[in-house]
Design a binder for this molecule. Structure first.
Ligand code: ACM
Length: 268
C-alpha cells in the first residue's frame, strides 16, 4: 500500500505559539500526505530562559495546539507527529511529541528520552520509553532530535515493528541528517526528520538551526531534502511494507543474525 510521508520544516518565532501553529498548519495544508512530521517544539520555539519560562508556554497533551492539529488531521485525513512542550502531571514538564491519527484522535505522546544540553535544565527526562503506533496504515515509531545519537532509540523502535521513524528535531549540530541515513539502513526503515530553520534570538543569547529536513529509505537513499535556510514542506510516495523485509542477502537477516549473547554491555 503506497503512502505519502513527509515533513513540515518551519521557522517559529519564539513564544508566539498561536502564530507558529497557524503558520505550520497553513504550510501543511499545501502538501498532499498521509503522514506529516512537524519539528520538535514547533509551537513554542527552543531557546528558553528558564524552566519557569517553559512552564508558562507548556500545554497539556490535549491543549490548544493539539486541538488545532487534530482539526487539520481530520479535515485532510493526514496523520501528524508534532513536537511540543508538555505540561504533565505533578508539575512535570516534558519535551514531547504527540501522535495524531488521520481521524484527528490523539493516539500517544512520546516524551524525549535523551535530553540535549540545556534541555536538562528546562525539562524532566522522558518517562514513556519508545512505542510503535499505527497511523494512516503505517507503523510509526517516534524519537525526538538528540535521540538520534543513541542508535538504541531507532533499534528499539525497529524491533518494535516500526516501518517509519518520525523524528521531530531542532538540530544545531551538523551530523544528524547523515546519521539518519545510517539509522535507515541499519534498521531497514524509512525515516522522516522534520527540522526547523532560523534562529531563536533572545536577550541572553541565540541559537541557529540547520534545516535540511529529509525522508530516507531502507536502501539508504535521501528521497527528499529541504533547504538549509527556508521553511519548506514536502512529502514522497513510499511503500511502508519495504521496511518489513529485513533481509540483506540470501543468508543475512538484519534481526535474526543479531548475536545478542555478545551485546550484554549495551544494557549494563
Ligand atoms: C536537540 O536535541 N534539540 C539538539
Amino acid at each position: 500500500m503506497i503512502r505519502r510521508i513527509g515533513y513540515v520544516q518551519t521557522e517559529p518565532v519564539f513564544g508566539r505559539v498561536r502564530d507558529n501553529v497557524d503558520r505550520a498548519i497553513a504550510m501543511a495544508s499545501s502538501v498532499d500526505a498521509d503522514l506529516l512530521v512537524f519539528p520538535e517544539l514547533f509551537n513554542t520555539g527552543y531557546l528558553f530562559e528558564s524552566r519557569r519560562e517553559v512552564e508558562d508556554l507548556a500545554e497539556p497533551a490535549d491543549g490548544r495546539t493539539f486541538r488545532s492539529l487534530s482539526a487539520f488531521a481530520s479535515e485532510t485525513s493526514t496523520a501528524v507527529v508534532a513536537g511540543f512542550a508538555e505540561r504533565g502531571e505533578g508539575g512535570k514538564i516534558y519535551n514531547s511529541a504527540m501522535m495524531i491519527d488521520e481521524t484527528g484522535d490523539l493516539r500517544w505522546v512520546y516524551r524525549k528520552t535523551h535530553l540535549f544540553d540545556r534541555e536538562k535544565i528546562w525539562f524532566d527526562p522522558g518517562d514513556t520509553g519508545f512505542s510503535v503506533v499505527e497511523l494512516a496504515g503505517i507503523r510509526v515509531g517516534v524519537m525526538i532530535c538528540f535521540d538520534w545519537i543513541f542508535p538504541e532509540s531507532a533499534r528499539v523502535l525497529a524491533l518494535g515493528g516500526a516501518q517509519v521513524l518520525a523524528h521531530p528535531a531542532n538540530l544545531v549540530l551538523p551530523y544528524a541528517q547523515t546519521a539518519m541515513l545510517t539509522r535507515s539502513v541499519e534498521n531497514r526503515v524509512f525515516t522522516v526528520t522534520a527540522n526547523r530553520v532560523g534562529s531563536d534570538e533572545r536577550p541572553f543569547g541565540s541559537i541557529s538551526f540547520t534545516g535540511r529536513s529529509q525522508v530516507t529509505s531502507p536502501g539508504m537513499e535521501v528521497l527528499v531534502m529541504g533547504p538549509r535556510d527556508r521553511p519548506h514542506a514536502s512529502a514522497v510516495e513510499v511503500d511502508p511494507s519495504e521496511a518489513d523485509d529485513k533481509s540483506i542477502t540470501e543468508r543475512n537477516d538484519l534481526f535474526s543474525d543479531r548475536r545478542v549473547e555478545f551485546y550484554g554491555a549495551l544494557v549494563g
